[in-house]
Design a protein around this ligand. Structure first.
Ligand code: NAI
Length: 247
């Protein structure tokens, strides 16, 4: 399948989990992928496995909480591959603490990595697409916790709720430039971000209709669809991939 042939897509957090699986699926469908991550070694491994399978990819080390680094990532991508068709603003962290221990550093760190990064990706990505006069798609990773409060997640709840609204607001203003902005809201996905405490993971899984954690490939397949022309009427909304959690 070559649905995404000719597209150049940046994926932040591409070294692991949801980002990694999305990189593999989009490249399978013909897209050139820039695997952008703080974890340079992991990004290189994903890019190498894409290239080994006959696709085109490059790894790029970035700290998404820094706007100048995202700007440089966007410029570098266009210098290297000639265009920019999409950006998946997906890198994120969790930092769970009771609210009365949610000191400014813990609050700001998650807001910087999970929320401000999305603004930087949207801003520098969309400006570049407009400058190049090309259509594009921006997908932002939110969370079920963008709609539902969770104990210990004040910082994460705030960041992800903002991401949901940023997708709507960005879509509203960018539509006239042929740029679509959509979000994805995963439930509990079986990736390193969940930690390795099996009891905790079982408790999270039990909140899904299936009683199981969701595999990252299942989020990746929805994101891959959202980047496609078949999803051209999906704009501004955030699609839940949550095995019924929010239902
Ligand atoms: P993951 O831990 O497997 O992947 C996250 C990636 O982001 C890692 O490769 C990490 O190196 C990278 N990263 C973290 N901070 C960074 C920074 N400052 N700069 C650049 N890269 C950075 O986790 P997962 O699950 O794939 O997470 C992807 C997104 O999905 C995140 O935004 C997360 O909040 C979101 N999400 C995950 C859920 C889950 O249950 N796993 C549920 C809902 C949302």
């Amino acid at each position: 399948m070559a649905e995404h042939h000719g597209k150049v897509i940046i994926i932040t957090g591409g070294a692991s989990g949801i980002g990694r699986e999305t990189a593999l699926q989009l490249s399978d469908q013909g897209a050139t992928i820039v695997v952008a991550d703080f974890n340079e070694e992991g990004a290189k491994q994903v890019a190498a496995s894409i290239e080994a399978g006959g696709g085109t990819a490059a790894a790029y080390k970035v700290d998404v909480s820094k706007g100048d680094e995202i700007k440089a990532l966007v410029d570098w991508t266009v210098d290297k591959f000639g265009t920019l068709s999409g950006i998946f603003n997906n890198a994120g962290i969790g930092l769970v603490k009771p609210f009365l221990e949610m000191d400014p550093e813990s609050y700001h760190r998650v807001i910087d990595v999970d929320q401000h990064s999305v603004y930087y990706g949207m801003y520098y990505g969309a400006k570049k697409m407009v400058e190049l006069n090309v259509p594009g798609t921006i997908v932002n990773t939110a969370s079920i916790y963008g709609s539902v409060a969770a104990v210990g997640s004040f910082n994460y709840n705030a960041a992800k709720a903002a991401v949901v609204m940023m997708s709507k607001s960005g879509a509203l203003e960018l539509a006239e430039h042929g740029i679509r902005v959509v979000g994805v809201a995963p439930g509990y996905i079986d990736t390193p971000i969940l930690g390795d405490n099996q009891e905790v993971k079982d408790a999270l899984a039990s909140q899904h209709m299936s009683g199981k954690l969701i595999q990252p490939e299942k989020v990746a397949s929805v994101v891959t669809f959202l980047f496609s022309d078949a999803a051209s009427a999906v704009n501004g909304s955030t699609v839940a991939v949550d095995d019924g959690f929010l239902s």
